[in-house]
Design a protein around this ligand. Structure first.
Ligand code: IVH
Length: 669
């Protein structure tokens, strides 16, 4: 067969698969049997095996091929299911520990609970009075899918626990996975064991889930009113006592050196395990210390995943494309001849930025080593110079953005160096490439969370000129959309529903959704807490009062400059005005129960055994707020060691109450 014929056959199969996927999962009216459906998938996978250049995002080797969120009832997790930050080497581990010491403002000794990180799908099980009442998938971490019946088919999951010690109301969390040997029988249907676990766990029909031998290992809790258990390792023992399976390789270690040694040994031993493990998880063992350290936006400060080294392979660069990100950063991406790395076909690898290309002297046609670890984007590690063609030329990084604007390299005042990244200057929505990315950001999970409108759909609607600005999303022509290929009545009404749902949004999410550089989730929250409502926020902008945001602890010049630059562009302001009339932007919910409500604090001098960040969290947890300059609005100035005399004098002039660290902590009991 000619290549074009092969591609044709393949594309036809993909189209068929998509059609039946939709019929089954979205419209709940399958037209073929499960066996016939599996047959199509098998044929696609076989073609890909024979002809590795074949690839489609809807292939079962890439996507799980369904949209489960529409099939299951959703549930909001009582306690968020967060992810872990990653460490790849001892440097990262030392940094992790250093950050902990900084946060506590003290070097202390502690132990780690060390647990293998099984590569599966996490699940949360709610038990009330010893009975399994609900099981949910992780979903986006805040909201999961109710998959109780499917989880009940897993024999490792107890449905009734009579142990006297078992808490009356608790969420048990752990990993659902499939053993390597069981996967070998399914390998024609799924790309890897993780996909197999995920696919079967989210089957519509629990009878289908039952056919696949899924396992469950428990490792943590979500909601839990714990009074007795003091350590993570103790909790793991309790889990075992209550009837859950826990990992037999869990252990407690103390020093970074011992973590490193264990990691080295385990990295080799893991191949003898019955299941796939992609790293080790280190958690601070003391639960009290965990509580003190708390969380950043997405992950706990008290835990980290130490990944095993990446899988890699060699392939040839066929092209280098420049991608433009939401903030205008130009990222070079190498298109490579398809390469199978650890069961996943890779055909793109990032080259990071212009400086990296220069440093590694990466050229078109080069044979390169590509690495891939877990969910991390594959990247080019090095060039195999022996294979370089004689006539190869240095790659010249374009000085213009694909939109036509000249690009710039910014000077970083802190490092006193030019950035490695070249950028298209962010002129609002003028650069088409940035504009699409901004819209993708606007609809993303942490922003407006419009799940019926994925990134691919945004691209399609953009190409069809259905959207140019975020506000266009709320004025879509649904009639026109229903005439597009692949848009049935059900998917159009789903889209309309999720867009309508997204109109109610909290101020912090809204500010984050604007995609202003340096205003991530955390900073958006700070701005929302300070301005309280969208009207106030817009007033600040209109009155050019942005410098007042310097009062917010955590907001500095970088953020202010970025806000100024963003609003210098009048069209950005108009977009926000439009959006604020279309949306229902709710003021930030203030925790009204706290002891420090309506009280403002400021610190000067070094605190004992506590960092500023921790002190700030403590105040905010109790509904107070922290400011960073002495003014009349300030109620208390808290002094640590070696305070700034000028601040203390100013406070005295204004009649602000001055507290020692001890007096302040007494306010909180
Ligand atoms: S703790 C906030 N412990 O890793 C605590 N996670 O990136 C997060 N995982 O979604 C979970 N083994 O699917 C924890 N012993 C273990 C784990 C583990 C595997 C997975 C889990 C989670 C992901 C975090």
């Amino acid at each position: 067969m000619k290549e074009s014929e092969i591609r044709n056959t393949y594309n036809k199969k993909i189209k068929e698969l998509k059609k039946h996927n939709k019929l089954y999962f979205e419209e709940s009216s399958p037209k073929i049997s499960d066996n016939e459906f599996d047959q199509i998938k098998k044929e696609i996978l076989n073609l890909e095996k024979k002809f590795p250049y074949l690839k489609d995002t809807s292939s079962p080797s890439v996507s799980l091929g369904y949209t489960p969120s529409k099939n299951f009832i959703k549930t909001e997790h009582r306690v968020k299911m967060l992810s872990l930050s990653n460490a790849f080497d001892i440097n990262d581990l030392e940094n992790f520990q250093k950050k902990i010491f900084n946060y506590l403002n003290k070097k202390i000794e502690f132990e780690y609970s060390v647990e293998p990180k099984i590569d599966g799908i996490s699940a949360s099980l709610t038990y009330k009075n010893g009975l399994l009442v609900m099981g949910a998938s992780r979903g986006d971490g805040t909201t999961g899918e109710v998959i109780t019946e499917n989880l009940k088919t897993i024999s490792d999951i107890p449905q009734k626990i009579s142990n006297k010690d078992f808490p009356k109301d608790i969420d048990i969390r752990g990993e659902v996975f499939i053993k390597k040997k069981d996967f070998s029988e399914l390998k024609n249907d799924f790309a890897n064991p993780r996909n197999a676990a995920s696919g079967s766990l989210r089957q519509k029909n629990p009878e289908e889930t039952k056919k696949i031998p899924l396992k469950f290992i428990a490792y943590t809790y979500g909601f839990f009113t714990n009074e007795k258990i003091k350590k993570q390792s103790e909790f793991l023992h309790s889990l075992k006592k209550w009837g859950f399976k826990t990992n037999e390789h869990n252990k407690v270690l103390k020093t970074i050196k011992s973590l490193e040694n264990f990691h080295k040994k385990f990295e080799n031993d893991r191949f003898d395990l019955e299941y796939d493990v992609d790293g080790l998880v280190y958690k601070i063992d003391s639960l009290e210390l965990q509580k003190r350290l708390g969380f950043t936006a997405n992950s706990p400060r008290w835990a980290i995943a130490h990944k095993f080294s990446a899988d890699s392979g060699y392939s040839q660069i066929t092209d280098i494309n420049i991608q433009v990100g939401r903030t205008g950063a130009l990222t070079p991406v190498a298109r490579i001849k398809p390469l199978n790395i650890g069961g996943v076909v890779v055909s793109n690898a990032t080259l990071h930025n212009e400086d990296e290309i220069i440093r590694k002297d990466i050229r078109l046609g080069d044979t390169v080593k590509v690495e891939r670890a877990g969910d991390v984007i594959p990247h080019v590690v090095l060039v195999d110079l022996k294979k370089r063609k004689k006539n190869s030329k240095k790659f010249i990084f374009p000085k213009k953005c694909p939109c036509g604007f000249d690009t710039i390299k910014e000077f970083n005042k802190v490092t006193k160096k030019y950035d490695a990244v070249r950028r298209c200057p962010d002129r609002g929505f003028d650069c088409e490439k940035i504009a699409v990315e901004k819209i993708k950001h606007f609809i993303s999970k942490e922003a407006l969370n419009i799940d019926g409108l994925g990134k691919k759909v945004v691209e399609k609607f953009w190409d069809l000129k259905l959207i140019r600005f975020p506000q266009d999303i709320f004025n879509l022509d649904y009639k026109q959309i229903s005439q597009l290929d692949g848009w049935g009545n059900l998917s159009v009404s789903n889209l309309k529903y999720s867009i309508d749902q997204s109109k109610k949004v909290s101020l912090d999410r809204f500010l984050y959704s604007l995609g202003i550089r340096h205003i991530g989730i955390e900073n958006a929250k700070l701005l929302a807490e300070y301005t309280k409502s969208i009207t106030n926020f817009l007033n600040f902008i209109q009155n050019k009062n942005l410098n007042e945001f310097l009062n917010i602890d955590g907001i500095g010049e970088t953020q202010i400059n970025s806000l100024k630059k963003f609003f210098e562009n009048k069209s950005n302001y108009r977009i926000i005005e439009k959006l604020s009339s279309l949306l229902n932007i709710s003021n930030l919910k203030i925790n009204k129960g706290g002891k420090l409500l309506n009280n403002t604090f400021m610190f000067t001098g070094k605190l004992i055994n506590m960092s500023r960040a921790e002190a700030k969290s403590l105040i905010e947890e109790n509904s107070g707020s922290v400011v960073s300059s002495v003014n009349k609005k300030l109620k208390y100035l808290i002094i640590g060691e070696k305070p700034t005399i000028r601040k203390v004098q100013q406070a005295k002039q204004f009649g602000i109450k001055i507290l020692s660290q001890k007096e302040w902590l007494n306010l909180l009991d």
